[in-house]
Write a protein that binds this ligand. Sequence first.
Ligand code: UD1
Ligand code: MG
Length: 458
Amino acid sequence: MPEISVVILAAGAGKRMKSDLPKVLHPLCGLPMIEHVLKSAHAVRAKQTIVVASKKSDPVSQYFRNNSKIKIAYQGQALGTGHAVHSAEKFLKRSKGYVVILYGDDPLVKPETLRKFVDTVVKEKKTLGFVTAILPNPFGLGRIVRNPMGDAEKVVEEKEATEEIKKIKEINTGIYCVQSEWLLQTLKKLEKHPVTGEYYLTDIVEEAIAEGVRVLGFVGEDPDEFCGINNRKELARADEIIRGRLIEYWFSKGVAFIDPRHVYLDATVTIGEGSLIYPQTFLYGKTKIGKNCLIDSGSILRDMVVGDGVTIKPYCVLEESVLEKEAVVGPFARLRPHSHVGPRAHIGNFVELKKTKIGKGAKANHLSYLGDAVIGEEANIGCGTITCNYDGVKKYPTKIGKKVFVGSDVSLVAPVTIGDGATIGAGSIITDNVPPGALAIARQRQINKKNWAKKRKK
Ligand code: UD1
Ligand code: MG
């Protein structure tokens, strides 16, 4: 196998996105677009991978700043795709093999397709190979003009196409595999296009035909792999395509979805076998879901670690926390970062946790705020319990021992410690530590005034 260099073009302005963020950094299923391109590029086992960015300070260069596997070439001014590849010359000069060129805004090509294409170019010893596709709606893309024999002759951009050419449905996908030395020679010959003032990489196709070198026009089969992204609508469509692939993948791993079209998940999420996901579930970031979990409708999970057999009832918002095996959460529970719910513990309706550890089998089932707290095994936190963890300046911890019973509507003014097995009377405001096994009641005694109503009416 000859040596392969991958060049990814990412220095364009992306004006059609109407965004301050460079186009190739827009997220698709939780990863910047260009990461999807890199994932596919992985399939060709390149000796080097070069990303063409505009300048050192641009967000794309910054994004790869600490990535030693990526070399950055600077294009300076965006003078077109041909000019962009030329900017990588210093990395390609010594290469004797092939250069695989990918556009940073074409993130949908599958690794296996890219592999097959590159293998064919190499095996058939072509000088230039490029991938085309037949799209039902080719608007905006470069069209492939073929001669009467059916051989590709040139690529014509939408802006420069005649009405006749605009009717062509075969497009240039922006994926090329080119013999390095020929590529570098040919890039030098490119001329500016008068309409846009740009150097088009696509002109290498016409040049190859004119020179009579060996060319392969490889027709990609699945149009969904070749939708380049130039605007926000195409971005949304690409997101949908990638999501569909992720769902297919998780189906194959034994995950069940009730209505897969309405589940949103990032490419970085993992889900265990036997888990069942209801519609309107949002799984983001580094979320890891164990086996045989049930996630009912309406929940949002971000960077969560969920153990096996966990049940998440509808409408929970859970972030950067851990749910251990067989925990039950929701409906309407809120976990803020750094919370940890132990095995078989229950966090119920309208309960908010922040930096709180809930012991094995403990329960807080209704209407509570538990912040900066550690709650022992099998403790029972009554409805409406609140940890008063903040005095307006600092945060303080609350410690609740094992098997503690906290009655309803209790305020625990931190810092405070409740010993194992203690009981707190309902409605108490606890400001002092409670020894193990004690009963603490901190509220006014009730007074009943006999016949009060009758007297008042007189
Ligand atoms: C390009 C192709 C078109 C093809 C389409 C596929 C050319 C002239 N046209 O058009 O035939 O159908 O892609 O999606 O190649 N870039 C740079 N520097 C530049 C210009 C662009 O790095 O000076 C990068 C962009 O960041 C982008 C990629 O090259 O990632 C493609 O540029 P874009 O402007 O999107 O080209 P299209 O108009 O989509
Ligand atoms: Mg494009």
